[in-house]
Design a protein around this ligand. Structure first.
Ligand code: PEP
Length: 250
């Protein structure tokens, strides 16, 4: 069986200001004074804080990531940021296709795929998000929706060490609700099967993260499920203690 080193990524969303990086300082302290983390630890702050997270996190092993990138390397795209710029600021990862980007900015699978390609080209590891709505789960189409997203959002050139998949049921994000452990196991096994179908043996080695109300109280059981190779954490990544508890649950 392939061993995959787990990864826990925090998505700060549009939270945090430069003068309020105290939680990062506290997380760094917890990580350096406590037991060595068994997971790769990534913090994805707003773009204005990427350089600060990369610099401040370096000594405690915290890696920085962006929350989105443009598919182009540069150009007339007011308000956007390129993967190259994130890498230049010290990022090593970037989230692409988060459901909030898909919903708020109408991002399609093809655009998500182009962003993931740009990320790889800039030397970043894209964390490609997929997940169904509550109505899609209720109607029994969760797997087919996720499979379509996987097929169209993951670049053909994806390599297991470059690309991370995050399964995030949309109805679980920020709601305090999660699928059952059986539902998570079933979806992650399905994603693994699709990766193996497409990429052959390499498909066994991609990290598949779970995201959606991953909290200190449920992290241990969710992170122990087969084919759950870590987590993408929103709300609970904003408090150092909570995020550290989740990291320690690996
Ligand atoms: C997310 O937005 O990626 C997320 C998982 O959020 P939360 O943990 O708050 O549900």
């Amino acid at each position: 069986m392939t061993t995959i080193s787990p990864l826990i990524a925090g998505n700060w969303k549009m939270n945090g200001l430069f003068h309020s990086l105290d939680e990062l300082t506290e997380l760094a302290q917890l990580l350096t004074t406590g037991e060595a983390p068994r997971a790769v630890v990534v913090v994805c702050p707003p773009a204005t804080l990427v350089a600060a997270v990369a610099n401040q996190g370096a000594s405690s092993g915290i890696l920085a990531g962006g929350q989105d990138c443009h598919a182009q390397g540069s150009g007339a795209h007011t308000g956007d940021i390129s993967a190259t710029m994130l890498a230049d600021a010290g990022a090593q990862f970037v989230i692409v296709g988060h459901s909030e980007r898909r919903a708020d900015h109408g991002e399609t699978d093809a655009q998500v795929c182009a962003k993931a390609e740009a990320a790889i080209g800039a030397g970043l590891k894209p964390i490609i998000c997929v997940g169904e709505t509550e109505a899609q789960r209720d109607s029994g189409s969760a797997e087919s929706v996720v499979n379509e997203q996987l097929a169209a959002s993951i670049p053909n050139a994806a390599e297991h060490h470059d690309v991370i998949i995050a399964y995030e049921p949309i109805w679980a994000i920020g709601t305090g609700r999660t699928p059952t452990n059986e539902e998570i196991a079933q979806m992650h096994a399905n994603i693994r099967a699709r990766l193996v179908e497409r990429f052959g043996e390499r498909g066994e080695s991609f990290r598949i993260l779970y995201g959606g109300s991953l909290k200190p109280h449920n992290a241990r059981e969710i992170l122990a499920i087969d084919h759950v190779n870590g987590g993408l954490v929103g709300g609970a990544s904003l408090l150092a203690k909570d995020f550290y508890t989740i990291i320690s649950a690996v």
